[in-house]
Design a protein around this ligand. Structure first.
Ligand SMILES: [Zn+2]
Length: 372
């Protein structure tokens, strides 16, 4: 799928409305433009400069002190980590700055890159953190990757579901009520801003995450060789179990200024964190742990007319690093490139390449249906 002919500096699709400040199109899920035509992620980036981060850090300090007091001889919190940049930085802050004893928890998509494995082991080793990992079997992953495409329009349902659900299982089973995530949804989702969301522990936290991240519940994946038993850990704990353990969560990025570039530089220098090429991107730090990232982002491009290049270029516009016109040009260079990993995806799922495109095009909604 090639974009229509465009002049330098232009948006790729004239029929779509884009944020007037960055490159985010209306086809981005949950995107919301204000009366100036500006998206919430752009508003968040302005807020970031005005937020009293010292005051927020004090709130974080109090929440962490409370958690330490309550935890007794148990772990202080669960930290879901992927082996990516954000999780390495999270662990550093919690262990080195706040002196917490976390239990690190990883849902493995079973698509780890060598660099990703190294980064995960390296950070756990250097920070001396205990770790639990769940890796679903190869056969199950392949079946779920096939079902995922028509169900949610990308290859990665098992990862969305597992990343969200598994840490809650660990939190309830080991009675560690606090789960600490990294980047704030205000930073990346475009659904909320730093001032719109409640930064305190929120009872609906679990439910909200389930809705936004997973979309299709696990029961829909039962059938065609996948049993209810196979999906045990993809179903979240029951509301009663969560309630009994008193599980709540927070995002570190709501309390400390999140700066991807600076964090990456820091991790490389202090911990020997490694970057590597990531398909469909021009930055080598995000999703470097996953082989399938390129297919995930390319599927989004086919379905919604933008990929990870647009996400990153928009972030760089917000950070004042490039102009909106430069960002459109940069994104156009990577978004539409067919990832090599698509061959592997087709091999494990049995789809033909035509079927891959057909399924994704059938998932287009609203203005996305006008895409070529
Ligand atoms: Zn924007």
């Amino acid at each position: 799928m090639k974009s229509q002919q465009r002049f330098p500096g232009d948006a790729p699709y004239p029929q779509l409305t884009y944020c007037s400040r960055c490159c985010m199109p209306e086809t981005n899920e949950g995107v919301d433009f204000d009366e100036m035509g500006i998206c919430k992620a752009c508003r968040s980036s302005e807020q970031k400069m005005r937020i009293d981060w010292t005051a927020r850090a004090e709130i974080l300090g109090r929440l962490i002190d409370d958690a330490k007091k309550k935890s007794g001889n148990n772990y202080d919190c669960v930290v879901p980590i992927s082996g990516g940049k954000d999780s390495a930085f999270q662990l550093h802050i919690l262990v080195k700055v706040y002196g917490l004893t976390p239990l690190a928890v990883t849902f493995s998509h079973n698509w780890f890159t060598e660099t990703g494995k190294y980064n995960l082991e390296n950070i756990l080793e250097k920070l001396g953190v205990d770790h639990i990992m769940y890796t679903p079997s190869r056969g199950l992953v392949n079946k779920l990757a096939r079902k995922s495409l028509p169900m949610i329009g990308d290859a990665c349902w098992h990862c969305h579901a597992g990343v969200w659900s598994f840490p809650f299982h660990v939190a309830t089973k080991f009675k560690i009520p606090l789960i600490i995530y990294g980047e704030s949804p205000a930073e990346f989702s475009g659904r909320t801003t730093y001032f719109d969301q409640d930064i305190k522990a929120d009872k609906d936290f679990v439910k909200v995450g389930m809705t936004n991240s997973i979309k299709v519940p696990a029961e829909n994946f039962v059938g065609d060789g996948v049993s209810r038993k196979d999906l045990n850990l993809f179903f979240p704990p029951t509301p009663e179990e969560l309630e009994e353990a008193g599980v709540y969560g927070m995002f570190l990025g709501d309390f400390i200024f999140w700066d991807h570039e600076r964090q990456t530089e820091f991790l490389v220098k202090e911990y020997g964190w490694k970057e590597d090429k990531v398909e469909g991107s021009y930055k080598w730090y995000k999703s470097v742990e996953c082989k399938m990232a390129g297919v995930h982002d390319y599927a989004k491009y086919v379905k919604r007319g933008f990929g990870r290049g647009t996400d990153f270029a928009s972030q760089d516009v917000r950070a004042g690093l490039i102009t909106r016109e430069e960002a459109f040009d940069l994104a156009a260079q990577v978004d539409e490139l067919r990832p090599e990993t698509l061959n592997y995806y087709l091999e494990i799922t049995g789809y033909t390449e035509d079927e891959f495109y057909e399924i994704l095009k059938s998932k287009r909604q609203n203005k996305a249906t006008s895409l070529p």
